[in-house]
Design a protein around this ligand. Sequence first.
Ligand code: URP
Ligand code: ZN
Ligand code: ZN
Length: 472
Amino acid sequence: MPADNNLDLVIRNADVVTASDRFRCDIGVRGGRIVALGHDLPPAASEIDATGLLALPGGVDGHCHLDQPMPDGMRMADDFFTGTRAAACGGTTTVIPFAAQEKGASLKAAVDDYHRRADGRAVIDYAFHLIVADPTPAVLQDELPSLIRQGYSSFKVYMTYDDLKLSDREMLSVLDVARQNNALVMVHAENADCISWLTDKLVGQGRIAPRFHALARPDAVEREATHRAITFAELVDVPILIVHVSGKEAIEQIRWAQGRGMKILAETCPQYLYLTAEDMGMGGDDGYEGAKCVCSPPPRDPENQAAVWRALTNGVFSVFSSDHAPFNYDDPEGKKLGGTAQPFDHIPNGVPGIETRLPLLFDGVARGKLSLHQFVELTSYRPAKIYGLYPRKGTIAVGADADIVLWDPTRKVRIANANLHHAVDYTPYEGIEVTGWPMTTFSRGELIVRNGEYLEPAAGRGKFLEAGQPEI
Ligand code: URP
Ligand code: ZN
Ligand code: ZN
């Protein structure tokens, strides 16, 4: 290393694990990037010894919701500051939340508004997905192609929720824009009419407690929509990514399509590994606490959990995201919107999990359910590739951003909301003990969490990342 090329940081004795390799070396960092991987690197301004820890690429959370404008008096508890703080403490160094179009408004307005929400707040880097809720001719012909070129190369569409859902024809049109512009469409696959019919029936029978959310959204509703989305992708001849897959019925559809050679990607989330419908009270509890675990699709049962674990290791899933949806429990703008006597369909959907995503999956590594390389692939490498951020993010290599997490693979931690860094008043994972914890986080070479202590880096140090073309 030439003398005039001084290093800002050296991480010594790192046990580096990427999606494909494992090797021991020192990591040299300059200007926020990794510039050397080698032995006996020269002294640097700052040094840290990683003996006994794993050095992993920082997590890329490819699906989370932060400070997303909400309808009907709902409000998210996390903004870009508290959400990215929690992410960093959980070993994530890049987040991709959603700039959501409102029906009747432009997509560009949503992007501009979302930048204002992020500016000066984020402590780690971020890109944006778009949510296309109103695919007018202007959106399809002008706004969307232009935004894709400007670094917003992935967008989500919904097959359910009145304020967001697209018709089948609109879905086809949006997919066609993705095909023409090399973008990626993420699909929320649940059948809206089946859900509203089942909901009306349940509510009409007085079955309104949170637990009935699971009965209004059975797995057939997800299976049908998943198959329909796959059919649209086939007709348009474009890859899609099915988000937050909850269990075996949808997995079967995705495997079937993948087996036919289609590029159908899929994502799952911690709630489908650790929660079941019992957590919403399905055992017969009509109390309101079950609202804490209300998300869509709903958590199902242990058999489905096992199917989701299997699909994480056999190639069905490419991405493991948090789908962090931060609503407070004890809050009239959160889970208690409209009070606790309202039917289940008034409960804001989603669970928090941006900080616990990686430890909950890593516990599967500790239990021998998946390999370390699979862990890195699902949580960092593949989301970086699929969402156009690789090789800057998603790996430890010369030229990559120095987004590095030092993990203690044997540390046992009992999850407690009191120790988390989000602004939500609960975690659905309270009391679960995991093995393995992210101890130290570097974002572009800056030490932002040390031995579990959040070091209060400047809010706003996180940078917006223009996403390139998805690598499927
Ligand atoms: O219930 C969920 N998943 N809420 C978050 C929004 C979404 O659909 O991803
Ligand atoms: Zn969704
Ligand atoms: Zn989501």
